[in-house]
Design a protein around this ligand. Structure first.
Ligand code: GLV
Ligand code: GLV
Length: 317
């Protein structure tokens, strides 16, 4: 009998065919995924491919007593109780590397969008308000030559830093473990404390994983260090920021703006966030290019196939 595999949503690409050759695959309909459904479906499965909105907690892990691998279709894995999985001898994998460039690209898109007011300009033209060139029309702030502060200098943070060099920016960063001197030189990035980074940066961008230690890393106290002309960018995880504190800060115009791809309690938004003029909001699309999403599917499926065949997975967390 073939092993049974659960996939919580449809995946792009053709790799699924390879998986179907060796396993019985059940794919859930998007709207169906909640804890009750997962508790029921996990019972006879040896593998699950989960999405970042699927909370794979201790109960689901215990219920999955045939489970050998949880393959998350994301680089972040804060939705999985990795500790419990380990205790039960279940392998957890993610999809690093393949989404580094697409997420760094989106980060830059958001930097440009908020500083140069691109979404406002788009709405202006589409609403037939453009009556000719004006010296004061939609004045933004320069990006080139400014200071970019990167919080969390992993793969994605480094890819963002490399792009900043093309804009002749000064790059500051914080990281749990400092990079080597050679790495710092090649990225042209300077290590500093979080406080210094917040005080000096014109753009502050978050690239650290979400954990108990990083939840609400940026709340009122940290926002108060930022310059009134600075922007906050987040393409990592929403809960790194205390979203209500940020809304207050933006309402008071004590920072210039924020561009957010991720939210504290997705898909819910903090009250008042959408009414603000000085924000650009996108719906968690950091890895959303057809190329990246197919590579993520290929990688998640390769991880499942490896484990079902008794081999080592490619990208274990
Ligand atoms: C997306 O947010 C991911 O973690 O892959
Ligand atoms: C993980 O968060 C990475 O930077 O790839």
């Amino acid at each position: 009998m073939k092993p049974k595999v659960l996939i919580t949503h449809e995946l792009p690409g053709d790799s699924i065919q390879k998986l179907k050759e060796i396993a019985d695959v059940e794919i859930l309909e998007d709207s169906n995924v909640n804890k009750a459904v997962l508790m029921e479906k996990i019972v006879d499965k040896e593998a699950i491919i989960s999405f970042l909105g699927d909370e794979i907690d201790q109960d689901i892990i215990k219920q999955g007593n045939k489970l050998r691998i949880i393959a998350n279709y994301a680089v972040g894995f804060n939705n999985i109780d990795v500790e419990s999985a380990k205790k039960c001898g279940i392998i957890v994998t993610n999809t690093p590397d393949v989404l580094t460039d697409s997420t760094a690209d989106l980060t830059w898109g958001l930097i440009m969008a908020i500083a140069r007011r691109i979404p406002e300009g788009d709405a202006f033209v589409k609403n037939n308000l453009f009556k000719g060139w004006e010296p004061q029309l939609l004045i933004g702030q320069a990006v080139s030559g400014k200071t970019l502060g990167i919080i969390g200098m992993g793969r994605i943070g480094q890819a963002v830093a490399r792009r900043a060099n093309g804009f002749q920016m000064k790059v500051l960063y914080t990281k749990r473990t400092r990079l080597t001197e050679a790495e710092e030189r090649s990225l042209n990035a300077e290590y500093c404390s979080l406080e210094e980074l917040l005080q000096q940066s014109d753009f502050v961008s978050l690239h650290t994983p979400l954990s108990d230690a990083t939840k609400h890393l940026i709340r009122k106290e940290q926002l108060d260090f930022m310059k009134p002309t600075a922007y906050l960018i987040n393409t990592s995880r929403g809960a790194l920021i205390h979203e209500k504190d940020l809304v207050e800060k933006l309402k008071a115009k004590e920072i210039a703006g924020a561009a957010l791809d991720v939210f504290e309690d997705e898909p819910k938004l903090a009250p008042g966030l959408t009414e603000l003029k000085n924000v650009v909001l996108t719906p968690h699309i950091g890895s959303s290019t057809i190329e990246t999403r197919i590579q993520m599917a290929d990688l998640a499926i390769a991880n499942v196939i490896a484990v079902l065949q008794g081999e080592k997975p490619l990208t274990m967390v």
